[in-house]
Design a protein around this ligand. Structure first.
Ligand SMILES: CC(C)(COP(=O)(O)OP(=O)(O)OC[C@H]1O[C@@H](n2cnc3c(N)ncnc32)[C@H](O)[C@@H]1OP(=O)(O)O)[C@@H](O)C(=O)NCCC(=O)NCCS
Length: 213
């Protein structure tokens, strides 16, 4: 017998795909702690035998003291670079972005002191479900110990665990350390990145083949 079900148009299929992606993002955003069951990423032992602990929560769960430290580290690490870019440094705008309700924070603690954070979100980006890494910031004294790499691996594991297609981030082209770091971690220019020219002050990187926890 002939199947009378009409075939779906490309537009309908696209709409269905987008709805499925949005559902995944919504499901991910319903979690209070997306790192909770990824126990492998709760701690890292450094070469000197000391331990770095990672914790994850919504911005709304962070203490006032933690938020103040986040703003302060952000400014110490990035203000000069932002001023040299097309973005400029707008303190109020940055603080608003850092504290938007949908923001999650991955915080690294070493010897009882906060030493690094990543602000990230589960979101739709150009119709694709992604984990967007808005920031990765480490205290200067804690760099080059493998903490940044471990934090990115934790983000990748959370992206995989929540069926996101990729981890996406923006990097300033005049930030050579960050460029080397993400190159080492095998991040590539994303399809949504602006075409490179001498005036381009940032690029968008992503990683698609994500690790599992
Ligand atoms: C970029 C940043 C997060 C890297 O974190 P980190 O903990 O120091 O990096 P790791 O120790 O995990 O380094 C992993 C790899 O990245 C590369 N890398 C890291 N720092 C580097 C540097 N200063 N110069 C060259 N390569 C570097 C290396 O290949 C390194 O591997 P190796 O140590 O085995 O050689 C940190 O430097 C930082 O907070 N910078 C200021 C804020 C910033 O620019 N953030 C990025 C915004 S997009």
């Amino acid at each position: 017998m002939k199947n009378k079900t009409p075939r779906k148009t490309r537009k309908q299929l696209q709409a269905e795909k987008e709805t499925a992606s949005q559902n995944l993002v919504q499901k991910a955003n319903a979690k209070d702690d997306p790192l909770e069951k990824l126990t492998k990423f709760h701690s890292l032992t450094l070469n000197d035998g000391s331990t770095v602990e990672l914790s994850c929560s919504r911005v709304t769960e962070l203490s006032g003291e933690t938020i103040v430290w986040i703003f302060d580290l952000m400014e110490r690490n990035m203000k000069t670079l932002y001023i040299e870019s097309i973005w400029g440094w707008d303190e109020h705008k940055k603080q608003t972005e850092l504290t938007e309700e949908c923001a999650y924070y991955l915080i690294a603690t070493h010897r009882g002191r906060m030493v690094g954070f990543s602000h990230f979100r589960f979101d739709m980006d150009h119709s694709v479900e992604v984990l967007y890494c808005y920031e990765l910031q480490l205290e200067p004294s804690e760099r080059r110990k493998g903490i940044g790499q471990f934090m990115m691996q934790a983000l990748e594991a959370m992206a995989t665990d929540n069926q996101m297609q990729k981890v996406v981030l923006t990097v300033l082209t005049k930030n050579p350390i960050a460029c080397s770091f993400f190159h080492k971690l095998r991040y590539k220019i994303d399809v949504t990145s602006p075409p490179s020219s001498e005036d381009t002050t940032y690029c968008i990187l992503s990683k698609q083949n994500l690790r599992t926890a």
